[in-house]
Design a protein around this ligand. Structure first.
Ligand code: ADP
Ligand code: MG
Length: 570
């Protein structure tokens, strides 16, 4: 007897159900269960909202493949996506739904040779998947005709709008006939999408899967407060302490991605980065390395990370805060796929606190605060790892010339001293706790007040009254809100409501002093005193060492344990 598969109750044809069985889909995802019957049994336009990774492609793709006419000589469906990566992915997924349906599906996107696209379009295609710019290009060349299109899909609509494709989309829609069906799929539903849908869709049915449910059930969300100067060390501690770190690290800009990758590699980590300037060929190469765990850290911008289809991430790290709550949901939607638990970590610095408070409100405070791993714990984990590797080498028991060398070494020094010297040689000061300074937290008290350090003092001609006046000039703040004004020789402290602190910091730091910020939230641990007494360097890994992290993976791949301090190839 055939196994019961819930897909069969959605109304798809036997031809399509056979494809689903072959693909191994066992159960429709919630958005598929909602959307597929509506798309099959009505003529309604549809807005489908569900988090990234919830199978939206199949939600529209299966019914389209099912309903499309075989052997027509015109384009019947067009699927708009924001990036070429997604164009390729969606095309591949759509092709996998074809089974015995005789259909031509192609993708068109910028950066790919247009002549090849022209050739394929001429041969006749049923479904075109593409980025708005290139589709528009073909429309104006006359190489693509949408006169008889019955389906227009706007996939990842929020991202297309983010990328400024709105006019292109409107222009494409104007080429499609009135009686088409318009489907819009998105992970989030910003107002701009609502406006677009009002204008271009006919009484759309809105099908929405609560995203809160998804993110909180599957993903452990935590945040760490970090000082700007500790950000990198905080990241490496998290990576070091995890037995199997396999994560995506988000930065906001291309430059930040490049800088972080360079720094990670310099410190011996297996990392690489993706952003808009990375060529398609390179991107595919990097993704492949990541998929086979040749690298275990992938640093990316939001846009570059779109469409990355990796299911077993242990971590998503917001190295800097996402632009908005939608991006946050997109970012962390990547952990906890396939029912596995992942951890989403967000770093916030004093300057990001305000945006973070908003984010917390929107996510209903599901992000809980944790303390960064203590240096002593990182050292303990590293030591345990080294001992583990050591004993597996001892077990293998083939030492070759090393035994003789060991005997020679022991003639002049004691075993303890010899071993200690070898450890020092291999690990430098990496295993010394002193190398991991205590991270400071910042001073945000529970009553919502913040103590602000200002790098101006008596030397600069201030006293408490003129300091208050200066602040009032910079930001609109009532006297009563500026508290505990303390003016010293070279700097001052004031206490302001937390909600005003950021504005004040921004206003003061716009000017700065010789490129240094004029103001910052005061440190907690030093009793409200002192600037960041520049702790240059701080914790550093010794060059090229890799704490044994990927040693395990190397062995799994059949390689031998790597000698210490060999730098990684990119
Ligand atoms: P989204 O567009 O919502 O981000 P995708 O359509 O890219 O998600 O799907 C993510 C992954 O889930 C793909 O690899 C897809 O093949 C897989 N998938 C989709 N539907 C199912 C299902 N019902 N069962 C198992 N895997 C599925
Ligand atoms: Mg998608």
């Amino acid at each position: 007897m055939e196994n019961y598969n819930e897909f069969t109750s959605l109304g798809l044809s036997e031809k399509t159900n056979a494809v689903i069985r072959k693909k191994g889909f066992e159960k429709p995802t919630p958005i598929q269960a909602l959307a597929i019957p509506v798309l099959l049994n009505s003529e309604s336009d549809v807005i489908g909202i569900a988090q990234t990774g919830t199978g939206k492609t199949a939600a529209y793709g299966l019914p389209i493949v099912d309903k499309i006419e075989e052997g027509a000589d015109f384009v019947q469906a067009i699927i708009l996506v924001p990036t070429r990566e997604l164009a390729l992915q969606v095309t591949e997924e759509m092709n996998s739904f074809k089974g015995s349906h005789r259909l031509q599906i192609i993708s068109v996107y910028g950066g790919q040779s247009i002549s090849e696209q022209l050739r394929r379009l001429k041969q006749g295609v049923d479904i075109v998947v593409g980025t708005p710019g290139r589709i528009l290009d073909h429309l104006s060349r006359g190489s693509l005709n949408l006169d008889k299109v019955s389906w227009v899909v706007l996939d990842e609509a929020d991202e297309m709008l983010n990328m400024g494709f709105v006019e292109d989309i409107e222009s494409i829609l104007s080429h499609a006939p009135e009686e088409r069906r318009t489907l819009l799929f998105s992970a989030t539903m910003p107002d701009r999408i609502a406006r677009l849908s009002k204008k271009y869709m006919k009484n759309p049915q809105r099908l929405e899967i609560e995203r809160q449910q998804m993110t909180t059930n599957l993903t452990d969300q935590i945040y760490f407060e970090v000082h700007e100067s500790n950000r990198f060390d905080a990241l490496t501690r998290i990576i070091d302490i995890e037995p199997e770190f396999y994560g995506l690290v988000f930065c906001r800009t291309r430059v930040a991605v490049d800088e972080l990758v360079a720094r990670l590699i310099e410190h011996g980590y297996a990392a690489d980065g993706l952003h808009g300037e990375v060529s398609q060929a390179m991107r595919e190469k990097i993704l492949k390395k990541f998929k086979v765990h040749q690298i275990n850290i992938l640093v990316a911008t939001d846009v570059a990370a779109r469409g990355i289809d990796i299911v077993d991430l242990s971590h998503v790290i917001n190295y800097s805060l996402p632009q908005d709550s939608d991006s946050y949901v997109h970012r962390i939607g990547r952990t906890g796929r396939a029912g596995k638990e992942g951890t989403a970590i967000t770093f916030i610095s004093a300057n990001e606190y305000r945006s973070f408070v908003t984010l917390q409100k929107i996510t209903k405070n599901t992000i809980r605060k944790e303390k960064l791993p203590h240096g002593r714990d990182v050292v303990a984990v590293k030591k345990a790892r080294i001992l583990g590797e050591l004993s597996s080498i001892v077990e293998q028991g083939t030492f070759g010339d090393y035994l003789g060398m060991a005997e020679d070494m022991l003639t002049s020094t004691s075993p303890e001293v010899t071993l200690a010297a070898l450890l020092k040689m291999a690990f430098k000061n990496e295993l010394s706790e002193a190398n991991y300074p205590e991270f400071r937290t910042f001073n945000v008290d529970r009553k919502g007040k913040a103590r602000v350090f200002i790098a101006l003092g008596k030397r600069d001609g201030y006293d408490p009254a003129t300091m208050v006046n200066m602040i009032k000039q910079k930001v609109k703040l009532a006297d009563s809100k500026i508290d505990e004004v303390q003016v010293m020789e070279n700097f001052s402290f004031v206490t302001v409501p937390f909600s005003d602190a950021e504005t004040l910091l921004n206003a003061l730091n716009k000017e700065g002093r010789g490129g240094r910020p004029l103001a910052e939230l005061a440190s907690d641990s030093k009793g409200g005193g002192g600037r960041d007494r520049s702790r240059e360097g701080g914790y550093r890994r010794s060059g090229g060492r890799d704490g044994g992290r990927d040693g395990g993976r190397d062995r799994e791949r059949g390689g031998s344990s790597r000698p210490p301090r060999r730098s990684r190839e990119r």
